[in-house]
Design a protein around this ligand. Structure first.
Ligand SMILES: Cc1cc2nc3c(=O)[nH]c(=O)nc-3n(C[C@H](O)[C@H](O)[C@H](O)COP(=O)(O)OP(=O)(O)OC[C@H]3O[C@@H](n4cnc5c(N)ncnc54)[C@H](O)[C@@H]3O)c2cc1C
Length: 418
């Protein structure tokens, strides 16, 4: 007699238990328990409101507090600084659950965790003790500010200047498209100083720092995007994160890896939401005397999105395991997971709208939001084309040696802001 482990499957529309084609992830019992808790939180606190937040282009303070109260904003912070210290796979499952419900909320976790990662790994002791407990508890929210008008995929061309002063630095320049720029308390800002690119933790109310809200974004509309302006903005010397000159290759590269990993899992969650919505609609809607689900071309759409979602999750899990063991292959694994998951999410969302027909295009259709959000996944944390470049160069380097590779390929993936 086999003794199957009791596992709640939940209702067919419940995200708590993954459907059969997404199983095989071989999670530990602790990870499965955490996964169920994340899904429950997302179903209660986020999913019912996601379409409204999208329409209002605003995330209320209550949801930020709810995330903080659950310890989710401290997910990526070490326990000694008050965080949850989640292992990478469990952190990924949290991103998946939030991405399944609302990509704007998931993007808050992404950029906040990127700042936590940078301060934890590269911040000085005063900076760590001042900011990590606040970031981990969610009493302060962090945002990641790398992109500029002239520096998008090519981050090395950033122009924001950091001039050394007697007691710190003075920043002059601007940052574009900063997720949660409207609401964050502190920004991780990249600027060029005499010794090269550097990263600074800049408080929102630092004199000379102004925030310009951006509305009407295509997707992740509730992510409260902003442009930032620095007009001789004075920051103390201790605001420097890492050493001057190492801002891109160390601090940004490290933070962007966290961001890419978070977006990969979030995209897998978004893709899963597309499969679930499509399966439910195809079963309920009849045309030509039978449910859409019995029309073979609709079955093909559902098969493609289901299998791609499953594959995306497996790539995310592989990346998480490699990150957990600090395997050097984790860098490429995270790139691959983000590349495949983001592309799969966009294709799944486009096909989900197709399966829904006009209903998918209507103002209240969640799949409409999923499609708009999915397009963003192909642009942030390294565009699809930059990833194609980096992954191909990595494959060529591994299989044919370093000859003929261009300089950016040696750059451990420092392309594209958050
Ligand atoms: C919703 C949203 C949120 C964002 N949040 C943040 C944030 O929090 N912090 C932050 O710093 N930034 C953020 N960004 C900016 C984001 O990181 C950039 O949009 C991204 O890095 C791409 O830069 P770009 O938009 O300037 O495009 P460009 O670099 O100008 O690229 C335009 C197109 O050309 C392609 N391209 C560029 N170079 C090459 C090449 N060498 N080979 C082939 N194709 C190429 C790109 O793939 C893309 O398709 C956000 C963007 C969006 C849309």
């Amino acid at each position: 007699m086999t003794t199957a482990r009791p596992r709640s499957r939940g209702a067919p529309d419940s995200p708590a238990a993954p459907p059969p084609w997404t199983e095989g992830l071989e999670l530990t019992d602790e990870q499965r328990t955490a996964q169920a808790g994340f899904a429950d939180f997302a179903r209660r606190e986020i999913l019912p409101h996601a379409d409204r937040w999208d329409r209002e282009e605003h995330l209320p303070g209550e949801v930020v507090r709810a995330l903080a109260d659950e310890g989710h904003l401290g997910a990526w912070a070490p326990r000694e600084h008050g965080g949850a210290g989640l292992d990478p796979v469990t952190f990924g499952l949290l991103n998946e659950a939030l991405g399944h419900a609302c990509s704007s909320v998931r993007s808050l976790l992404t950029v906040h965790s990127m700042v936590i990662r940078a301060v934890t790994r590269w911040g000085g002791s005063r900076l760590r003790s001042r900011w990590l407990p606040a970031l981990a508890s969610g009493t302060a929210v962090g945002a990641f500010a790398l992109t500029e008008p002239e520096a998008g995929s090519d981050v090395a061309s950033l122009r924001t200047a950091a001039e050394k002063t007697a007691d710190g630095y003075r920043l002059t320049g601007g940052k574009r498209w900063i997720t949660f720029g409207q609401a964050a308390d502190v920004f991780l800002v990249f600027a060029r100083c005499d010794d090269g690119p550097a990263a600074f933790l800049v408080e929102r109310d630092a004199p000379g720092c102004t925030v310009e809200p951006v509305t009407g974004m295509l997707g992740t509309r509730a992510a409260m995007t902003a442009h930032l302006h620095f007009d001789g903005c004075a920051v103390p010397a201790e605001a420097l994160v890492g050493r001057a000159g190492f801002g891109l290759n160390a601090v940004a590269a490290d933070a962007l890896e966290t961001g890419r990993y978070s977006v990969a899992w979030g995209s897998a969650g978004l893709a899963r939401a597309c499969v679930e919505a499509s399966a439910r609609h195809a079963a309920a809607r009849e045309q030509f005397g039978r449910p859409l689900a019995q029309h073979e071309l609709v079955q093909r759409l559902i098969t493609e999105m289901a299998v791609n979602t499953s594959a995306a999750r497996l790539l995310c899990l592989r990346a998480g395991r490699l990150l957990h063991s600090a395997d050097p292959q984790a860098v490429e694994a995270v790139w691959s997971a983000k590349y495949f998951a983001a592309r799969s999410a966009f294709r799944a969302a486009a096909d989900a709208v197709q399966v829904h027909g006009a209903r998918g295009c209507g103002p209240d259709a969640p799949v409409q939001r999923l499609l708009r959000d999915a397009k963003i996944m192909e642009i942030i944390e390294g565009t699809t084309e930059i990833q194609q470049t980096v992954i191909a160069q990595s494959v060529v380097r591994e299989l044919a040696g370093p000859a003929g590779l261009s300089a950016p390929a040696q750059n451990r993936g420092v392309h594209s802001g958050g």
